[in-house]
Design a protein around this ligand. Structure first.
Ligand SMILES: Nc1nc2c(ncn2[C@@H]2O[C@H](COP(=O)(O)OP(=O)(O)OP(=O)(O)O)[C@@H](O)[C@H]2O)c(=O)[nH]1
Length: 204
């Protein structure tokens, strides 16, 4: 069974837990405990493969600019970065988080895009919108990631689709990483053999 590790990141109150609980239970509860880091587990099957999904939902800290990221950024295979479309600050924070992911995983990103989905949540509050959808698209384009606006309060299908898409991307990414590892391993073995036997042949 494959393990897939996702981290949900974003400002306090952006709706990270609501988005996750919607995906896991199909329900919107309204209020979620936010005083502790939580790790959720789910088994699911995608493309006939059984997966063990782990999703890390960190407890937000009060200082927006503070980095709570170090651990999840190293740990996760993929990210969901959530902002609230009716809160400009949460969008700026999402921008900041995307930059921090790039900083931490830049070397990997040069070879293949890290699976990330930027999510503009609370689409049902569009009367109070502070972030245009185009700004979300532009930011996602800049960071080479997926983008979607959703409403955890009103949608299940869109949220379910975005998780499925992201998990597929993670599966491709993990396969690519394993192939790369195998390839560089076999290349260094070939080099070693060449060094040993190549030199020996010369001295005969
Ligand atoms: N109108 C509306 N409210 C939402 C939506 N998603 C979440 N909320 C509300 O926004 C508030 C914060 O949601 P949470 O899911 O706790 O946000 P969070 O990002 O996990 O917050 P922390 O755990 O404090 O970091 C709650 O009162 C939710 O009911 C949405 O799509 N629409």
């Amino acid at each position: 069974m494959n393990d897939i590790k996702l981290a949900l990141l974003g400002s306090e109150g952006a709706g990270k837990s609501a988005v996750l609980v919607r995906f896991l239970t199909k329900r919107f509860i309204g209020e979620y405990a936010s005083n502790a880091n939580s790790l959720y587990h789910k088994r699911l099957s995608i493309e006939g493969r059984l997966l063990h999904l782990e999703v890390f939902d960190p407890c937000s800290q009060s200082g927006e600019s503070k980095c709570i990221l170090e651990e999840p950024v190293e740990w996760a295979d993929g990210f969901i970065v959530v902002y609230n479309i009716s809160d400009q600050m949460s969008f700026l924070n999402a921008q900041n988080i995307l930059c921090q992911i790039k900083e931490a995983r830049g070397e990997e990103m040069d070879k293949m895009d890290i699976p990330i989905c930027l999510v503009g949540n609370k689409q049902d509050l569009c009367h109070a919108r502070q972030v245009f959808e185009e700004e979300g698209y532009a930011l996602a384009q800049e960071h080479r990631c997926h983008f979607q606006e959703v409403s955890a309060a009103e949608d299940y299908l869109e949220i379910s689709n975005l998780f499925t898409k992201l998990i597929r991307h993670v599966m491709d990414h993990l396969k690519y990483r394993a192939d790369l590892h195998r390839y560089s391993g076999s290349k260094s073995i070939a080099k070693l053999i060449n060094n040993v036997f190549g030199k020996r042949r010369k001295s005969v």
